[in-house]
Design a protein around this ligand. Structure first.
Ligand code: GAP
Length: 463
């Protein structure tokens, strides 16, 4: 196996070679912080989104939502996003390296608040200049701190000179808060209930990095649970338990998942934990599960002037529901699954790269090969079996391959993580002895009758 630091490079190369992920705008030299997904990337993302969505739908009281990316600017004023900054950067005038100003300050024990403006962070930086050292060259010669707003802007809907730019959403959560009353008013849900949504979010990340880990355009899967404060802490613990258990369904090794409590809670939060995963570049946040109190609805009530309170039958009083949030990125989950699955090993004396996805997450479930490509009877039988499997798993989840020798076909399927390869040989046709099924991880082959093939695969995929 590669050194840990090389593993990410090997995964990036494999993703391009086999059609999972391509650099965004690649033929024009790339566009930082964006990636495009090829056929197997699309399948893997869909598996992630479908599993998350069906877990949310298992709750009778969770509603699905698809809110718009463009929203009124007031939404982002209410949420506090328009005053915050993304990574504040400063250039070392001596070695010209770019450094995170907040990290330099943290190294001398000063915490830069995310809500600070560029001017405020420059003032703190200036006041402490003498103590701040460049971690690359050790010099103390820095330029101005540049801190861009986290939200990406667009000119959509801007017709007059003095019309303001509008924001692309920086998280899907705000779309949920502003629709909370709409969902409640449908009459199908009452507190406690949750709203779940999957969708794109955009952030002006100054230093996008580590492949899919930190992108500028990414996809979130967020759920906001609205609840009376007296029940919130108990239910918050239930959500924490459920969210950790969910990762077992994705086949993630539980020893690589860790809880991290936030030491410095933002002023409105009641409690905040992250689930972290041991990525090859370090143990980092995968999902946030945060008890946000009544901050979000209170802010939107204040800024919109719309009453967002609920009525408590028990005490006969109005109150603002509290919010429990679970928030995870599709891209970060996909990167975790790739890191988890990536292995280099030896099979039958040959080195190979294999993605050991759990069968339910694998983009392709089964590949079908005729033993030889120049024997019409083998090809016809293989195509017949291939067509019947497509009916069960869907056309994109079954592959037909008659290109090159069987060994090469196995290598290709191993590299996209196909758990099972079915080969049709002369014994299948002449002696009715069924097909061979080769297991991706052990390389072992079993003969299974044609009649039992679908049951056999189904059992293995669901186990
Ligand atoms: N609504 C809360 C929220 O957005 P966050 O910690 O900023 O909180 C939640 O984001 C999750 O979204 C993260 O745990 C991560 O999985 C994903 N995420 C955030 N920023 C990302 C980025 N730049 N690229 C990829 N995924 C990101």
């Amino acid at each position: 196996m590669n050194k840990k630091s090389d593993v990410l490079d090997s995964i990036v190369a494999l993703c391009k070679r086999r059609g999972f992920v391509f650099a965004g705008s690649e033929i024009y030299g790339g566009f930082a912080g964006t990636y495009d997904f090829g056929p197997y990337g699309v399948e893997l993302r869909r598996n992630v989104v479908d599993t998350w969505t069906s877990t949310m739908k298992d709750h009778e009281n969770i509603a699905l939502l698809d809110s718009s990316i463009f929203t009124a600017s007031r939404v982002w004023e209410a949420s506090g996003h328009t005053t915050g900054f993304s990574d504040p950067l400063v250039v070392c005038n001596s070695c010209h390296s770019k450094q995170r100003a907040d990290h330099l300050l943290e190294a001398i024990g000063i915490k830069a608040d995310e809500k600070m403006t560029e001017t405020q962070i420059n003032e703190i930086f200036d006041a402490n200049r003498e103590r701040l050292k460049c971690p690359v060259c050790g010099e103390k010669k820095f330029g101005l701190v540049r801190a861009k707003n986290l939200l990406a802007t667009s000119t959509l809907g801007k017709f007059e000179e003095d019309d303001q730019d509008v924001y692309l959403r920086g998280e899907t959560a705000q779309g949920i808060y502003i629709n909370y009353k709409n969902i409640l008013d449908t009459g199908f849900y009452s507190i406690p209930f949750g709203i779940a949504q999957v969708g794109k979010a955009f952030r002006n990340e100054i230093s996008p990095r580590q492949f899919l880990f930190r992108k500028r355009e990414f996809e979130q899967m967020e759920m906001q649970y609205f609840i009376h404060p007296r029940e919130a802490l108990r239910v918050y613990e239930e959500w924490r338990t459920e969210r950790m258990a969910y990762y077992q369904k994705l086949g993630v090794n539980k020893d690589k998942l860790h809880w991290k409590r936030h030491d410095n809670l933002v002023f409105y939060a009641k409690d905040a934990w992250d689930i972290q995963y041991e990525f090859p570049f370090g143990t980092e946040e995968l999902e946030g599960i945060h008890y946000r109190g009544d901050y979000d609805l209170t802010q939107h009530q204040k800024f919109s002037g719309v009453d967002l309170s609920a009525y408590d039958e028990e005490t006969k009083t109005k109150y603002i529901p509290h919010v429990i949030e679970t928030s995870v990125g599709v891209d970060r989950t996909m990167l975790m699954l790739l890191c988890e699955a990536y292995h280099e090993d030896e099979m039958n004396g040959e080195k190979r790269i294999v993605l050991r996805f759990a069968p339910n997450m694998a983009p392709v479930k089964v590949a079908v090969f005729p033993l030889l490509r120049n024997k019409p009877e083998l090809i016809n039988k293989a195509r017949e079996i291939y067509m019947s499997l497509r009916k069960v798993y869907g056309s994109s989840k079954v592959k037909f391959d008659d290109n090159g020798n069987i060994g090469k076909r196995y290598r290709r399927q191993d590299e996209i993580g196909t758990p099972f390869c079915v080969t049709i040989d002369f014994e299948t046709i002449e002696e009715g002895k069924g097909v061979t099924i080769r297991d991706r991880d052990s390389g072992q082959q079993e003969r299974v009758s044609e009649a039992d093939l679908i049951d056999f695969l189904q059992r293995k995929i669901e186990s």
